[in-house]
Design a protein around this ligand. Structure first.
Ligand code: SF4
Ligand SMILES: [Zn+2]
Length: 375
């Protein structure tokens, strides 16, 4: 199994990002340097300049927000489709624009160990820096079809307060590509006592990721399989970057969970689960893991993950990890038990989450063990 071997074959759209010198050659020839046309920016009332970029020759720009490191010619957009070059400046299409807004229970984020019974305001934008061929939110993430509604930072925070949400969660599409807006929302949210959560694919470069971490209470990393080749070829992602960012988030005391997507269409999925558990064993803290069933969408022609594979994977994960949940196997995502005595502390039945009131003090009332969640 290819694991951190660095030989993953890149899909065509990432060729310029894998060969950093090539974009300069292309620029010298005056050719477009990325394949994405600029999303409609002409009618926008106001442009918001992006951060994390540098200027290059001939009005090109170099975006440094994520590992794709796009070189973007004038009047073109980066691979994510939402950061575009106008006259040698990089702009973000996502500031004050929201495509999805919904009050949801935390298990749907998914986030199981931070305020598990409280509602969150889930926010989605559009665009993504990965190209998962099975993406189930592809209309927003890949096609840019989301009808973005204007919503300022203050309005968004006001919406979370008025709906009695415990906090704001950016997900559905990839929040990394909207770094500027997400950061400002999280700053404001913190000021009024709201909690903050990211559901991300983990594809951030070091500087922007470390900058946003102090504003984030919890992160759910979406891992699409534990094979670097698979991640690159099917998703256009970098597994080693995601793994490094998990370690960085934990080092900065951010609560971390993982949403592990199980696709059983390739023979190595069992070995990958073993490698995933071995990796978690090497980390200093526990990481609640949610197993997610892959259901075909977008360009994926294969079958959905079999229920039998889900059961087998769930059983294996439960034998290796203290906290395992699932989405896609009926309405029982899983209870949370004390790891010392087995007492059920959080019971989840369909869309209802019941927290044992005796656990509110942060210790198990039966055995006195520390509880690994915040109610
Ligand atoms: S954030 Fe977008 S434009 Fe910037 S490097 Fe990543 S894919 Fe390219
Ligand atoms: Zn106990």
């Amino acid at each position: 199994m290819a694991w951190f071997n660095g030989n993953a074959k890149a899909p065509p759209w990432t060729v310029l990002t894998r060969w950093p010198a090539l974009w300069r050659v292309v620029a010298a020839r005056g050719q477009p340097m990325t394949t994405q046309p600029v999303a409609a920016a002409a009618g926008e009332p106001k442009r918001y300049e992006a951060r994390f970029y540098s200027r290059a020759a001939w009005d090109a720009v170099h975006c440094n927000l994520c590992p794709h490191q796009c070189a973007i010619a004038p009047s073109r957009a980066g691979n994510c489709g939402v950061r575009y070059n106008r006259d040698g400046k990089l702009y973000t299409e996502l500031y004050n624009r929201v495509g999805h807004l919904q009050v949801v229970r935390s298990s749907l984020l998914p986030l199981f160990h931070l305020h598990p019974s409280k509602p969150w305001l889930q926010v989605g934008m559009k665009g993504c820096n990965m190209r998962c061929t099975f993406c189930d939110t592809f209309r927003w993430s890949q096609l840019g079809a989301a009808r973005a509604m204007p919503l300022t930072v203050d309005q968004l925070i006001g919406r979370a307060l008025s709906t009695s949400c415990i906090g704001i969660s950016f997900g559905v599409t990839e929040p990394a590509v909207g770094h500027e807006f997400v950061s400002d929302v999280f700053k404001g949210a913190r000021n009024v006592g709201l909690r903050t959560h990211l559901a991300t694919n983990g594809e951030w470069t070091e500087e922007p990721f470390q900058e946003i971490l102090p504003l984030v209470d919890a992160i759910t990393f979406g891992i699409k399989g534990f094979d670097a080749d698979w991640m690159m070829q099917v998703c256009g992602g970098h597994l080693q970057v995601v793994v490094a960012n998990v370690a960085t988030a934990m080092a900065m005391d951010t609560h971390v969970e993982v949403a592990y997507l199980l696709a059983d269409s390739r023979a190595t999925w069992r070995e990958e689960l073993t490698a995933y558990c071995n990796w978690l064993d090497s980390l200093e803290r526990y990481v609640p893991t949610t197993l997610i069933r892959m259901v075909p969408s977008f360009m994926w022609k294969g079958a959905p993950t079999r229920q039998q594979s889900m059961s087998e994977a769930l059983h294996y994960l439960q034998s290796r990890l203290p906290f395992v949940y699932n989405l896609g196997m009926g309405d029982m995502p899983g209870d949370t038990r004390c790891t010392s005595c087995g007492r059920v502390m959080i019971r989840r039945i369909e869309d209802t989450t019941i927290v044992d009131t005796e656990c509110a003090e942060g210790v198990c009332p039966s055995c006195g063990a520390d509880l690994p969640f915040v109610v």
